[in-house]
Design a protein around this ligand. Sequence first.
Ligand code: SF4
Ligand code: SF4
Length: 86
Amino acid sequence: MAKEILVKPSLCTGCSTCSLACSLHNLGEFRPSRAYIQISKREFEGRFEIAFSSSCRGCGTCARSCPSGALKWVDFAGDPPAGQCK
Ligand code: SF4
Ligand code: SF4
């Protein structure tokens, strides 16, 4: 069964573990600024935004490292519901 990343930005704490894990796994270095997932803070809205670049390989490393549940690596079959990535 295929795996997909389920994204719930409202649960994101901005810890950047996902971007650290992505950069280490895909680039061999701890450099979140070059990761294929970017976290940005919406100051006035008091929340974080999660964005994937077009270079994302869909490996799921970011989702498996997320401690808050904002990203989840889940089994998936069929068309993704709204809010689901990849
Ligand atoms: S799924 Fe994409 S963003 Fe997440 S770790 Fe893999 S390459 Fe990086
Ligand atoms: S998505 Fe998860 S790992 Fe990434 S910054 Fe938000 S809480 Fe941290």
